[in-house]
Write a protein that binds this ligand. Structure first.
Ligand code: GLU
Length: 328
């Protein structure tokens, strides 16, 4: 069996939620348990949501918790760069590959055209049923497309989702999850600014960084359908990583994800370290500042979703590395 390679792939959009720390922890534990590699990848292609200081915060958190990556920005490794904004040219090349193989197309729709389509049809989706009447390369000649590109008309590249197929995912936690492609839209994979979206960058990097297991929060499960379609389009489906989607850490009521507002209301931190936002309302305390030791925090996070099946409740990190399994 290949060496296990897992990654923690946060987006630097603010303080790292405690649930993100748990995702990092489970990845770390699986890597340590199996003699594999734990990789940190910074997914910063969304310029709008980028928050300065967030990457440093993530790295300081991992250091405080003792979850030191084997590869990552500032940690070395043979599969870098590990910050997606430093990999722009790579994604463009792969988007080009999908254009050439007919799995993707140029879309020239202006914001006004998209708005008009949305107001003309309830729940409008840019998909197999609608794309033929939109402003894209599927219904233009090669010469027309070339003329638009030469004239510098802004475009995005969209994935051409096939109609009438099923996507079956064998999730290690959720078991079989099925999606119908007729319900999926033609996701943008490369934006007008030349930056990839999460979907393209994530798939290309998991491939190039030889990731064997994707362990992430359940909120990404629905994206996985598009990810599988991307793997298919590239011809990589047989070597896809194995997926494991973790249940989220919920509010005490059980309804919805534990939010930073809950933390304030309940008087408990939801962040590992204090975060200084622009305003007092956007600033939060952390477990560290509240006086918790990192190992205590790691211990409770480990048990929030995993259980050894015994009465033992206190684990050192090295004990966790020995006993952790995703099955449990
Ligand atoms: N950048 C995504 C995040 O912020 C990564 C999700 C994934 O692990 O694929 O959580």
């Amino acid at each position: 069996m290949d060496t296990i390679r897992v990654r923690f792939a946060p987006s630097p959009t603010g303080a790292l939620h405690i649930g993100g720390v748990r995702t990092a922890l489970y990845n770390y534990l699986l890597a340590r348990k199996t003699g594999g590699a734990f990789i940190l990848r910074i997914e910063d292609t969304d310029q709008v949501r980028y928050v300065p200081g967030a990457e440093d915060y993530i790295i300081e958190t991992l250091r405080w918790c003792g979850l030191i990556p084997d590869e990552g920005p500032g940690f070395g490794g043979n599969y870098g760069p590990y910050r997606q904004s430093d990999r722009k040219a790579i994604y463009q090349e792969y988007a080009q590959q999908l254009l050439e193989s007919g799995h993707a197309y140029y879309a020239f729709d202006t914001p006004e055209e998209l708005e008009a389509a949305r107001s003309a049809q309830d729940n409008f989706k840019y998909d197999a049923a609608t794309r033929e009447r939109m402003h894209n390369s599927l219904n233009k000649s090669q010469a027309e497309v070339k003329a638009l590109l030469d004239a510098g008309v802004p475009y995005v590249i969209r994935l051409k989702v096939p109609a009438g197929e099923e996507v079956l995912i064998h999730d290690l936690i959720r078991d079989e999850v099925r999606f119908q492609t007729n319900e999926l839209d033609d996701k943008v994979i490369l934006k007008a600014d030349g930056m990839p979206t999460y979907h393209l960058a994530n798939i290309v990097d998991d491939r190039l960084m030889k990731i064997t297991n994707v362990i992430r929060g359940e909120e990404w499960l629905s994206s996985t359908a598009h990810h599988v379609l991307l793997y298919r389009a590239f011809g990589w489906e047989a070597e896809m990583p194995r997926f494991a989607h973790l249940p989220l850490i919920l509010k005490p009521s059980g309804k919805g994800k534990l939010s930073k507002r809950d933390g304030v209301q309940l008087g408990i931190p939801v962040f590992p370290l204090a975060w200084q936002g622009d305003t007092a309302e956007e600033s939060f305390t952390g477990f560290r500042e509240a006086g918790f030791l990192p190992h205590a925090m790691i211990n409770f996070l480990a048990m929030l979703g995993w259980n050894p099946g015994s009465d033992q409740e206190i684990f050192s990190i090295s004990e966790l590395c020995d006993v952790f399994t995703l099955e449990k």
